[in-house]
Design a protein around this ligand. Structure first.
Ligand code: PHE
Ligand code: FE
Length: 298
């Protein structure tokens, strides 16, 4: 099985953008023996480059979790090996998938402490950017924090919340997805020695790891649950706004209450453009907006 070819898409899901292709929902065995030397080299290159970029940029929790996992640049990790470590630490396990899953399938995995990991890795000419999650994003970006007990519980709670929101209405799902985006994917955390990254969409990207902390262009704003759930986001460029938590405990506490009344409230409020700063925001950095595109928030 060549890993350099595009995996087959077998389903289409109706969204507000029309039919969008999604991958097969099946859990697949990681075809480890069929990774090419190219694949392992791409892993090694990305791994080593991000290790350097993340020094002083990724949160202490992320770096500690990553060390405890013992992933190495030498070769693409085997899910089975990582699973032995993960199960012992927090009871999570990885399952191989072709790529993006329908929402309910994804939530069901998380609710059962299973994290779906895309088994294929990007090509060498896609080192800097890929528009969909691959093995590097999923393994390097998402999996380490599943070793952190508080974050591990947050991910499961999110999955359960997703199953619930799915049963309410599509708007509830839109609001919940924004929370995932601005925490799990693009979250920043405030440490005693400054802002750090914990979001996996950032830690798996060299340019955004630097941009999110060092550029004056984006807003960096304190975490506020309902504010985040109203805020649109970017899927094709750097984020215009990053939200900063004080701790994973804060994230857990803020998201523990029943969201049902929140969804009802949010249904009556307008969404907020990705780059807007509100009077009540706790602003760490008011972005200059340099390089922002006027349209394209989703
Ligand atoms: N408390 C949320 C609800 O009732 C569930 C949730 C937990 C959502 C953690 C996100 C993160 O829907
Ligand atoms: Fe992701």
């Amino acid at each position: 099985m060549a890993t350099q070819s595009t995996p087959q898409r077998v389903e289409h899901q109706l969204t507000d953008k029309g039919y969008v292709p999604v991958y097969t929902t099946a859990v697949v065995e990681q075809p480890w023996a069929s990774y090419s030397s190219q694949d392992h080299a791409v892993w090694a290159q990305l791994f080593e480059r991000q290790q350097q970029v993340l020094v002083g940029r990724a949160s202490d929790e992320f770096l500690a979790a990553q060390r405890a996992m013992h992933m190495s640049p030498d070769r693409i990790p085997k899910f089975d090996d990582l699973n032995r470590v993960l199960r012992a630490h927090t009871g999570w396990e990885l399952v191989g998938v072709e790529g993006l899953l329908p929402e309910l399938t994804f939530f069901d995995h998380l609710a059962n402490r299973r994290f779906p990991v895309t088994w294929w890795i990007r090509r060498a000419d896609q080192i800097d950017y890929l528009s969909e999650p691959d093995l590097f994003h999923d393994l390097f970006g998402h999996v380490p924090l599943l070793m952190n007990p508080v974050f591990a519980d947050y991910m499961q709670a999110y999955g359960r919340g997703g199953v619930k929101a799915h049963g309410i209405n599509p708007e509830a799902l839109v609001h919940l997805t924004r929370l995932y985006w601005y925490t799990v994917e693009f979250g920043l955390i405030r440490q005693a020695d400054g802002l750090r990254i914990y979001g996996s969409g950032i830690v798996s990207s060299k340019s955004e790891s630097i941009h999110c902390l060092e550029s004056n262009a984006p807003n960096r704003i304190g975490f506020d649950l309902e504010r985040i759930m109203r805020t649109r986001y970017r899927i094709d460029t750097f984020q215009k706004t990053y939200f900063v938590i004080d701790s994973f405990e804060q994230l857990m506490q803020a998201t523990t209450p029943d969201f049902t009344p929140i969804y009802e409230r949010l249904a009556r409020q307008d969404s907020i453009p990705a780059g807007e700063v509100l009077p009540d925001d706790r602003v760490f950095n008011r972005g200059t907006g340099e390089g922002w595109l006027a349209d394209g928030d989703v």
